[in-house]
Design a protein around this ligand. Structure first.
Ligand SMILES: [Zn+2]
Length: 87
């Protein structure tokens, strides 16, 4: 599930505020914010859904493909997500 433009902006701003600018592997600064997404899969049937609590957001490095995962609650975008789904 891709992030909304608002959520992408919040993710980018949050990473900057924590000085997470460069990829930890290749040191490039080309995070693909436009393709950042919410993670819910990676589960086999019957597995406990570890994202149930706050959800996870993934963003990948455009240079080496390293994938960073963040807790959506900490990012502060979970509320926006819920609004987007009009729950
Ligand atoms: Zn990288």
């Amino acid at each position: 599930m891709p992030l909304s433009p608002d959520q992408s902006r919040i993710l980018e701003g949050w990473m900057r505020s924590k000085a997470i600018v460069h990829c930890p592997l290749c040191a490039d600064s080309s995070w693909k914010f436009a393709e950042a997404s919410y993670v819910r899969a990676l589960l086999e049937q019957g597995d406990t859904d570890l994202t149930e609590g706050g959800g996870l957001v993934r963003v990948s490095c455009g240079n080496c493909g390293y994938v960073a995962l963040f807790d959506a609650e900490t990012l502060g975008i979970r509320g926006l997500w819920d609004q987007g789904r009009s729950l």
